[in-house]
Design a protein around this ligand. Structure first.
Ligand code: FE2
Ligand code: FE2
Length: 179
């Protein structure tokens, strides 16, 4: 298994969540309402899995390792673009979260902001994933030796297990705070 194998498998799960969002978006348009708990579940997935776990491994392991390599201008350009994409993804998710909080407080106008957030994510993720799967992951693997690739795989697994511990420590902490 190459380092990019698990990243590509994670892309497939994110794509399934994108399909869930598309269905929810259609429901919002017909019913003119949404279940904020459902929205929270999706936000949790995007923040914890797609961003913290998946983008986290891309940025802290792959992009970081690439920063020490003599990248071609094209690979350098795509890397910088992917970093910006991740920032945009975070921004969209933050506004979706904010809109959902307003909606929970009874602000029905926030429904259109929730729909906008989903529309943006549904548009954003497939484009971003395609860029990585088809134009980035394979070419950049050429910069690494077999040993470096092995080390990245190990780092990826360590990052996953660390996140799992952190995630549940946060669950306990938030319950201790009474949230
Ligand atoms: Fe990415
Ligand atoms: Fe990715």
């Amino acid at each position: 298994m190459m380092f990019i194998g698990p990243l590509m498998i994670e892309h497939r799960l994110i794509e399934r969540m994108i399909q869930v969002m598309k269905v929810l978006l259609a429901d919002i348009e017909t019913a003119k309402r949404v279940d904020p708990v459902q929205v929270d579940k999706i936000i949790h997935f995007i923040r914890s899995y797609a961003d913290r776990c998946h983008h986290g491994k891309e940025e802290e392991i792959l992009f970081r390792a690439l920063s020490g390599k003599p990248l071609s201008p094209e690979d350098r350009r795509i890397t910088a673009e992917l970093v910006e994409d991740h920032k945009l993804g975070r921004k969209i998710t933050a506004s979706l979260l904010e809109a959902n909080e307003r909606y929970k407080r009874g602000d029905t106008v926030a429904l259109s902001a929730i729909a906008d957030g989903f529309r943006s994510l549904v548009e954003f993720y497939p484009r971003h994933i395609e860029k990585e799967d088809k134009h980035f992951f394979m070419p950049v693997m050429g910069y690494f030796s077999p040993e470096e690739k092995e080390a990245m795989i190990r780092e990826g697994y360590e990052a996953d297990s660390r996140l799992l511990q952190e995630e549940f420590a946060e669950v306990v902490k938030s319950l201790e705070r009474g949230k």
